[in-house]
Each structure stands twice: as C-alpha cells, then as structure tokens.
Ligand binder design. Structure first.
Ligand code: SF4
Length: 330
C-alpha cells in the first residue's frame, strides 16, 4: 500500500469562514458597526487527529466551534464535512449530519437538565434521533457510563449529585451517545481543578483511540492544548495568526502573540527559567479594530508598516503558517 493511500483523510475543511454581526451605533442612530467575530478562517482537520484552537476570550474560537456545529449561520465561507458542503445543505440534511458532530461544553452543569436523572439526560439524544428504544436505550446508557468511567450505579442520580469532573464525564457520555465522528471540545477542562483536568484529558485521549474520534479542542491557554493536540491554530481577533504542528509551534513560534502565550505555559523543570512576556494593553474593541495588523497596539515589534497594512497568512515552512510581516526566527 502506498504512503499516499494510508494518509488520513481530511474529515473537516473550513474555507474563508466568516461570522460578522451588525450592531446599531446608538438607539436612534442609523449607523451600524460591524463586529467581525470570525473573519476569514481556512483550516482542515484530519480524521483521527486533534486540532487545538487557542486564544484569549473574544478571539472567535468558540464562535468557530458553533459555526462548525451549525449552531450559527456563517456570514460567508464554506464548511466541508466528509466531502459534503454543510453550508449548502437544507435543514433536513443538516439535521442528519449533525448527529456526527457533537460538542462538549466548558460548564456541563448548565447543559445538563437539573430535573432529569442521568439515564434520561444521556438517553435524550438517542430518543430524539430514534436511535434506540426501551430496554435497549437503558443498556446503551449504562454502557456509556462505564465507558466514561462512572458505572451504571449512577443511572438514577441527578446532576447536582456529581462533582465537576464527574459532570464533565456525563457531558462526554452524552456526546458519545450519538456515535459522532467529530467532537468540538469547547474549553472542557478550564473550569476543573488541575488534578481533575488531567483525568479528563486522559479520558478524551483514550476515547479518541477506541472510537477513532476527531477533536477540535478549544482553550484559552496552551497548557492543555499542548497535551492533547497534534496541530495548533492560534487565533487573535477573529483570525488565525499562526498554525503549525504542536512540536513545531512550541519549538519555533513565529508570531509574537504565540510567543507571549507560550511564555505563560509553566515548565515542569524548576532549573529551567523562562521570561514571561506580558502583553501591553487589553484586547482591542472588536467593534473598532485597529488599522493594519490588529495585534500592532500590543506588539513589541510593531513598525509603521504594521500600522498601515494587515499581514497575509503565509506558509513559512511546510504545514507552518503565520500572519506577520516580520515572523520571528526562533
Ligand atoms: S505584523 Fe507587525 S504588529 Fe503584527 S504581529 Fe507582526 S510584527 Fe507585530
């Protein structure tokens, strides 16, 4: 078999994806402001891999996840899943495909109905999509609880009887119920204690191998993303500013923003010291983006050109792209 034929396929491909919102400038104003939550994303995810998406709150990473799951309608662009253009599908076609696209939320508690028992929460999508009935559903739910490390003795409990980590396991079980191909993990460990975070990350990794799952793993810091992702996209104000394999991104970050994010990742070796890069200023107002490179007000390398001209996303090496006029040589 040739190398070409065993290379993993692209399960998902996103082309020129945009989500813009318009907002009135004032109650009586006729002027509108455009907020570019997501502004021209191009990326793919191969079958069985994990693509990490990282960036500060408000960078558009969760909006990207919601667009992929068809929970939001894009302003422009295409989303291809298993060689089908989701953005060109009718409602019925989207409903059918959506089963294979699931999400795990940051706060599972708010997505678990507090009045339902666990067996009903996990069975709900199975019933809605008529995938099983009666005793078969109960057997499947018990099996899913075992798979996520909880066990069938929890079937009759309510969400408030579980710890944060256990609730996240319930969220994972519910996502798995639909036998998805792609799961968007939207900050699934950010709200958990550090010790529990690694348990959930290990569970996600184990499930990925067992069920050939593909993940988009969204986080605001690079710590958990490093552990679970094969490739990482760094987002800033609606755009991808750098995308590379995990190893390459950590060894040779080329964008000043990536460097700043990396400097915040703790290192295990106490003998090694690294200097934390503190970015100046806050994230600019998305309704009033800076001209030129949108990172320039916070960038230590900003030049006159950066204040005038937005950089294009370009490949600096095979599989390593960056949007910066002066990519770093690290
Ligand atoms: S283009 Fe200029 S301002 Fe933007 S990241 Fe690169 S050096 Fe900094």
């Amino acid at each position: 078999m040739s190398e070409q034929s065993v290379r993993p396929q692209r399960l998902l491909e996103v082309k020129g994806l945009k989500k813009h919102y318009t907002r009135k400038q004032g109650l009586f104003s006729r002027q509108h402001t455009v907020i570019k939550a997501v502004d021209g994303l191009d990326f793919y995810v191969k079958e069985g891999e994990t693509l990490g998406i990282v960036g500060e709150s408000g960078c558009g990473k969760s909006t990207t996840g919601q667009l992929i799951l068809q929970l939001l309608e894009p302003t422009a662009g295409e989303i291809w899943f298993q060689n089908q253009n989701l953005t060109a599908m009718n409602e019925e076609e989207v409903r059918r495909v959506r089963r294979e696209l699931q999400i795990i939320f940051q706060d599972p508690y708010s997505s678990l109905n507090p009045r339902l028992k666990v067996k009903d929460i996990i069975a709900e999508p199975l019933r809605v999509h008529r995938l099983s009935t009666g005793a078969e559903t109960e057997r499947l739910v018990a099996e899913l609880l075992e798979v996520v490390g909880l066990g069938a003795q929890h079937l009759n409990k309510y969400p408030h009887e579980f710890s944060g980590g256990q609730r996240q396991r319930l969220g994972i079980a519910r996502a798995l119920a639909m036998k998805p191909k792609l799961i968007v993990c939207d900050e699934p460990v950010s709200a958990l204690d550090v010790s529990v975070q690694s348990q959930i990350l290990n569970l996600l990794k184990k499930l990925q191998q067992e069920y050939q799952l593909t993940y988009i793993f969204i986080a605001h810091g690079l710590g958990s993303v490093k552990y679970i992702s094969e490739r990482i996209a760094v987002m800033y104000l609606g755009k991808i500013v750098e995308l590379a394999t995990r190893d390459e991104l950590f060894a040779s970050p080329r964008h000043p923003y990536t460097q700043a994010l990396l400097s915040a990742v703790p290192i295990a070796d106490p003998r090694r010291k690294k200097e934390r890069i503190i970015l100046q200023g806050d994230l600019p107002n998305p309704a009033d983006l800076p001209v030129g490179c949108s990172f320039h007000p916070r960038c230590p390398l900003a030049s006159e050109r950066c204040r005038r001209e937005a950089p294009q996303f370009e490949q600096v090496r095979d599989g390593h792209g960056v949007a910066c006029h002066y990519p770093l040589n690290s």
